[in-house]
Design a protein around this ligand. Structure first.
Ligand code: SAM
Length: 291
């Protein structure tokens, strides 16, 4: 089974049109879908969560490659189509009609008895928020393969000092690894998007990484505050951050061995971790993750 239905055929039959606000650009090339699934290197025992399955172009290949697939689709009509089409496969596939940003990663991993693999041709408007959610729930996730807007993929994989380097580059490098796999042009989608896409693979290593002693939300908050003023020096960018006294901030820079006159974008991910660690040691109060 290669693709459940072509998007053109689906809309001809069902009426309506792809929903722009849900980032509905459907992949039309089975070969590309196959390459994306191959990049996930699935084993039969893997449990996969597919983000935004749409009309099932990736799903068809996922079902051939692993034991169980959760399909998380926000569009009720597409979710109903998937439920109907895959009715006979309830032992291996479950459709969740919901926003993937609310998905219970921990619950699904617990039920699976293993860490999950996440795959998706992501709706572009949720690529970054989703990556933050996955980072937060990294203990439930083994790895993921995602098609994202090329610029976003470059940000995920960016090196310190480059213009693309930002909050997600820092966090993904601290908690995992990012690898650009291949590019996909707009002509492979219906309707074609205005941008190029990039397939990236993100791995969250099983062993506890070296920053697990630092509270994730606090670290994210520090990195975020620094990059909000990326053209300023670190001491200016973080001045007044979280109510910290200038002396406490100076002490944290000194203990971390970081020159506060540097610009945020020149700091390595490990520098950010060290800064956050020393801010905590210096008495910085916890960050409310819900704010
Ligand atoms: N996987 C299909 C493919 O490759 O052809 C569709 C990809 S399309 C770029 C993105 C899909 O994500 C659409 O089906 C859209 O309805 C769905 N989607 C958009 N926002 C979502 C959200 N917050 N949660 C779950 N699904 C979402």
């Amino acid at each position: 089974m290669k693709g459940l239905v072509s998007p053109q055929a689906y809309f001809r039959l069902h009426g309506g049109r792809p929903r722009k606000h849900l980032g509905q650009h459907f992949l039309t090339q089975p070969k590309t879908a196959q390459k994306i699934v191959q990049a996930a290197a699935l084993r039969p025992e893997d449990v996969v969560v597919e983000v935004g399955p749409g009309l099932g172009m990736l799903t068809a290949f996922l079902l051939d490659a692993c034991g169980r697939v959760h399909l998380v689709e926000i569009d009720p009509e597409l979710a109903a189509f998937l439920e109907e089409t895959l009715r006979g496969r309830s032992d291996t596939v479950r459709v969740h009609r919901q926003d993937v940003l609310q998905f219970d990663w921990g619950g699904a991993a617990q039920e699976a008895g293993r860490r999950l693999v996440v795959v998706g041709n992501l709706p572009y408007q949720i690529s970054s928020p989703l990556m933050f959610r996955l980072l937060e729930h990294r203990h439930a996730i083994h790895h993921g393969v995602f098609m994202v807007q090329r610029e976003v993929g470059r940000r995920f994989a960016a090196e310190p000092g480059s213009g693309d380097y930002g909050v997600l580059s820092v966090l993904l490098r601290l908690y995992g690894t990012v690898q650009a796999v291949f590019s996909v042009g707009p002509g492979q989608f219906y309707p074609p998007p205005k941008v190029d896409s990039l397939v990236v693979r993100v791995d969250f290593p099983e062993e506890r990484c070296e920053v697990e002693d630092v509270d994730f939300h606090l670290l994210r908050c520090v990195v975020n505050a620094a990059f909000q003023k990326r053209r300023k020096t670190l001491s200016n960018a973080l001045a007044g951050f979280h109510g910290l006294a200038p002396t406490d901030l100076r002490a944290a820079f000194e203990a971390a061995g970081i020159d506060p006159r540097l610009r945020p974008e020149t700091l390595s991910p490990q520098d950010f971790a060290s800064l956050a660690r020393n801010l905590i040691k210096g008495g910085m109060s916890p960050v409310d993750p819900t704010v």
